[in-house]
Design a protein around this ligand. Sequence first.
Ligand SMILES: [Zn+2]
Ligand SMILES: [Zn+2]
Length: 360
Amino acid sequence: MAKTPETEHPVKAFGWAARDNSGTLSPFNFSRRDTGERDVQFKVLYCGVCHSGLHMVKNEWGVTHYPVVPGHEIVGVVTEVGSKVEKVKAGDKVGVGVIVGSCRQCDQCSNDLENYCSKQILTYGAPYIDGTITRGGYSNIMVADEHFIIRWPENLPLDAGAPLLCAGITTYSPLRYYGLDKPGLSVGVNGLGGLGHVAVKFAKAFGTKVTVISTSLGKKKEAIEHLGVDEFLVSSDPQQMQAAVGTLDGIIDTVSAEHPLVPLMSLLKPHGKLIVVGAPEKPLQLHAFSLIQGRKTVAGSAIGGMKETQEMIDFAAKKNIIPDVEVIPIDYINTAMDRLLKSDVKYRFVIDVNKSFNAH
Ligand SMILES: [Zn+2]
Ligand SMILES: [Zn+2]
């Protein structure tokens, strides 16, 4: 008999899945594997709603396996550990981010850069080593190899902290790697959404002067008063943009909708770096002169390795870097996705998974 998502593994699980490229999510029965000797099983308490989930449920990147259970900002409490697990024990708070597997042998893996391993396994919607499709945190129970488990600091809130597992590391890692973490530097953040607002918080914690570049003037007051942003540029205002030409050492570009890069390049000082972390569907467009003049760099970055992710979480706990979230029940998820598409959230939805499923 063909195995179904409900019967392919022994542990019963329940979540919400999208069945087709309408992207509509609805309740879904499936199963999780038994806890292997290096596995950690945990009860999911909260899961962030990342913008990539929106792309994935609609198959906008062309890689989605349906049915897809999204969610890769997952926090919970350990229920069971395998016999060889050393990192955590039952009752500990843990997190799982964007990846749950990698080859563990290649140069990237050997250098704690599992996020750049060609055999990395995404937390949801990807084939796992046992041949089944991984399922994410819009579900009541999770299991992952301990190598991909993050220890959760005691003083970091589980709900508001969840987005750090994707949005946090996605912005922390390039700020560090590209040297934009030095006090006194001027750092731009393009887009003030889930990623952008966390980028602002890390950049401020590193002591940099932060300029937000946004399409929406409506976010200015809060950005300055609440997030402590130093400058706010409205990208559609040519005078403001012109006045800021050549002022930034680097920009973290978090925008995942189509947008022109040349105006951002002009904001950079000579030798400045534009770091792309958002992922629009269409190819980016760039004028060669915007690179050549001023010896500028356009680069990318994808999440971070497990060691750096733990370092980021510990740094966030120490510096009290906590994303701003709107906690929602799971049955609000389709509305939340619609609002996310319109950037109508400050700044990340987080699903109260435990409460949602225990109410059902
Ligand atoms: Zn994400
Ligand atoms: Zn590898």
